[in-house]
Write a protein that binds this ligand. Structure first.
Ligand code: GDP
Ligand code: MG
Length: 458
């Protein structure tokens, strides 16, 4: 359909690399994936590997090659099997890489064994994602969460060769405070902690948990205040790089960082929006999802993801020109499932249609409440807003009320937060028929007339 060049994915990656190499030589990385015979993943091993390549480049590495190993089961000791280890060891001499990245989560002993045999640092997908998170965490909450996830990941991996290799790699790359420098996988907010012994790491972990709990509590209070203002919350979700931040900016003029990078957004941002029926809502931009995101990692970002968990409606952004659009959307659904958010009302923004030669290509029927848009060119947004309003309206209660003339604030509230279908000025007050959020219906209970809910007296 669309060539990679036209999408401009590679351009940004190159700019980053040039940027990185002006300070230090980019690390040379070799990628390894294992295809398991009985894998239930929707993703092909090739697609997953090419995504790993984008992740590696996002982290600042130069990818010098890759291999796919087909196995019935991953090897317990080395993950890829002895033969392949030898092959990697030989390849290292000809290609000169200092980093091997494996497209799955390795056990600590697999990682150690591989490092020992290949004499290169070995990272898995989880460590790579954590590394990118570390570079993009800007708020206190984001940094706390990343540090916790990194320490939990590193704790069981402290013993053995891994540490020595990480030390060497970290030390040779002029790691500055704040984690911008340093070797991939060993930098970030937790960088200076790497050398701590296990006990101190454990201490730090419980400290971090407490701090995160405090931040969570603040967030909870925040949400309560929001709930008191009775605005529905709409969370933008989607695969990483699908265009969530671009859409968020287009709908709110918020100026959130939108970049052709995986995980440019780590910290949720919330803004106020007004829908076509004058209903107000809060829109939240969230961290992107990605396949093989370990449940432990999802748990580490739970405070951030609570925005998703507590939203009234989800807008899923799908990059329709991506060759894995369907797999990506499936992955988003898997993550939503693990967050217990799968049954929330959902609107799908089929994004980047400006890159399609023929818009008739899009199959709307695959997604719930789908609206084709271009977040970048800001087209289709009115239809998207109308769809959000419509679906939100369905989460509301249909009522008919007569509000006494002395209570005009309730009439105004109905207009702002609800959806008025009919309004009449009667002798005893303002007659309103329409939908209001369930959280608001209490205000109108005493004024109900012949409504659906009036059939269920308390
Ligand atoms: P996020 O990771 O989901 O927040 O994605 P971003 O909003 O950061 O966007 C990722 C990349 O896709 C950026 O380079 C955007 O400019 C690009 N992008 C987003 N929306 C569109 C669109 O409608 N059309 C095109 N052509 N590119 C888009
Ligand atoms: Mg983003």
């Amino acid at each position: 359909m669309i060539s990679k060049a036209k999408r401009g994915r590679d351009t940004t990656t190159k700019e980053r690399l040039i940027d990185a190499s002006s300070r230090v030589q980019p690390e040379r990385a070799y990628l390894v994936a294992v295809e398991q015979a009985e894998s239930e993943s929707l993703w092909s091993v090739e697609d997953s590997l090419s995504e790993l390549g984008i992740l590696a480049r996002t982290a600042g590495a130069q990818v010098v090659g890759n291999m796919i190993q087909r196995l019935r089961h991953p090897d317990v000791a080395t993950y890829i099997g002895k033969g392949r280890v030898q092959e990697l060891s030989d390849l290292k001499k000809t290609l000169g890489f200092n980093l091997v990245i494996v497209d799955d989560e390795l056990s600590p002993s697999q990682q150690r064994n591989l490092e020992k045999c290949i004499h290169a640092r070995v990272l898995d997908r989880t460590a790579l994602i954590l590394d990118i998170f570390a570079q993009h965490a800007h708020t206190r909450e984001g940094r706390l969460q990343v540090e916790l996830a990194q320490l939990e990941y590193r704790l069981p991996r402290l013993a053995g060769a891994g540490v020595d290799l990480s030390r060497q790699a970290g030390g040779s790359r002029s790691a500055g405070p704040g984690g911008a420098g340093g070797a991939i996988g060993v930098r970030g907010p937790g960088e200076t902690r790497l050398e701590m012994d296990r006990r101190r790491i454990r201490g730090r972990i419980s400290e971090l948990r407490e701090e995160i709990e405090a931040v969570r509590e603040q967030r909870r209070v925040h949400r309560q205040q929001r709930a008191a203002r009775l605005m529905p919350v709409v969370a933008v979700v989607g695969y990483t790089n699908s265009g969530k931040s671009t859409l968020f900016n287009a709908m709110t003029d918020a100026g959130v960082l939108a970049e052709n990078k995986l995980f440019a957004t780590l910290d949720p941002t919330t803004r106020h929006i007004t829908l076509p029926n004058n209903q107000e809502a809060l829109l939240t931009d969230t961290v992107g999802f990605i396949q093989k995101l370990p449940t432990k990692l999802i748990a580490a970002f739970r405070a951030t993801l609570e925005e998703v968990i507590e939203a009234d409606l989800l807008v899923e952004v799908v990059d329709v020109v991506h060759e894995n659009a369907i797999e990506q959307s499936e992955t988003v659904s898997d993550v939503l499932q693990s967050l217990d958010a799968i049954d929330k009302p959902r609107v799908t923004a089929l994004n980047k249609i400006d890159l399609l030669e023929d818009q008739a290509d899009i199959d709307r029927s695959l997604y719930p409440n789908a609206v084709p848009i271009s977040a970048l060119q800001r087209t289709g947004l009115d239809e998207l807003r109308a769809k959000i309003a419509e679906v939100l309206a369905n989460t509301m209660e249909v009522v008919q009320v007569v509000v006494p003339y002395g209570k005009s604030d309730l009439v105004e509230l109905f207009h702002r937060r609800g959806h008025v279908l009919k309004e009449e000025h009667r002798a005893d007050g303002t007659f309103l028929k329409g939908r209001i959020p369930r959280s608001l219906s209490g205000y109108y209970r005493e004024f109900l007339v012949n409504s659906l809910t009036a059939q269920h007296p308390e």
